[in-house]
Ligand binder design. Structure first.
Ligand code: ATP
Length: 240
């Protein structure tokens, strides 16, 4: 028997009015692994993440965190259950300091000592944020802002971290640094990461497994190595 996945999505369907964005999507993210969700613009990747976090209503299917069913639960219940999302776009509050932005991530109201401990963990992962903790977020580069929004999500100490296009617009060495931190979270802390990326080549270089979406359907799901070695799949859907 296969082990229960940390996160499982079964036959999920979601629409925006007449537009079907997810058409029976089934994926699983194994515990302590990085699972990539790949596909072109409009494939349904963002909708999938937002459905899992309770931000987009679904019409059928299931979302399971371990054995716990979270289908159609509120976004707050889902966050409390242990799923945190890093949305696309690096929304930081530029008038607040780095540390104030990080504290905003503590949606669940952790005790002060524990919050301090988590802040120190984030600073250990991203030393540049520690250096700039008292500076306004306005002064940060794109890569630093991406680190900040990831750090903010970590303040909830999630079991499952969902990331939407963290590499977008960043230089390759910054992407490598951020992906290295994801790898560390998975390997050292046993976190489970679901990584949405259009940059399939980079994503498959750090992911353990992946699913490819096209027009709201899963067209492939396998280990990262198998997906990266499939020439037809790469040419048809992955753009490299
Ligand atoms: P991208 O990388 O461009 O964000 P994606 O793979 O994340 O692409 P989604 O954003 O999930 O894809 O979009 C899936 C489909 O749903 C597309 O056809 C898109 O046009 C449509 N869609 C997404 N958001 C909305 C919305 N708010 N209203 C109407 N249609 C939408």
């Amino acid at each position: 028997m296969t082990e229960t996945a940390a996160l499982e999505v079964r036959d999920l369907t979601a629409s925006y009015g007449p537009v079907t964005a997810l058409d029976g999507v089934t994926i699983r993210a194994e515990r302590g692994r990085i699972t990539a969700v790949l596909g072109a613009n409009g494939a349904g990747k963002t909708t999938l993440l937002r459905s899992v976090s309770g931000l987009v209503p679904t019409s059928s299917g299931q979302v399971l965190l371990g054995d716990r069913e979270l289908t159609r639960a509120s976004a707050e219940t889902i966050a409390r259950a242990g799923i945190a999302q890093v949305p696309e776009g690096r929304g930081v509050i530029t008038e607040l300091t780095v540390e104030e932005n990080l504290r905003l991530g503590d949606l669940l109201g952790t005790a002060r000592r524990r919050q301090r401990h988590r802040l120190e963990q984030v600073y250990a992962l991203f030393p540049v944020l520690a250096e700039r903790r008292r500076r306004d977020a306005h002064s940060l580069s794109g890569g630093e802002r991406q680190m900040l929004v990831i750090g903010r999500a970590l303040l909830c100490a999630p079991e499952v971290l969902l990331l939407d296009e963290p590499s977008l617009g960043l230089a390759p060495q910054i992407v490598a640094q951020i992906f290295g931190v994801l790898r560390e979270l998975v390997d050292h802390d046993g976190m489970t990461v679901l990584l949405v990326e259009q940059n399939a080549r980079s994503a498959l270089s750090i992911a353990d497994a992946g699913f490819v979406l096209n027009l709201g359907r899963v067209v492939a799901g396998d280990s990262a190595a198998v997906l990266a070695a499939d020439d037809d799949l790469r040419h048809a859907y992955l753009g490299f």
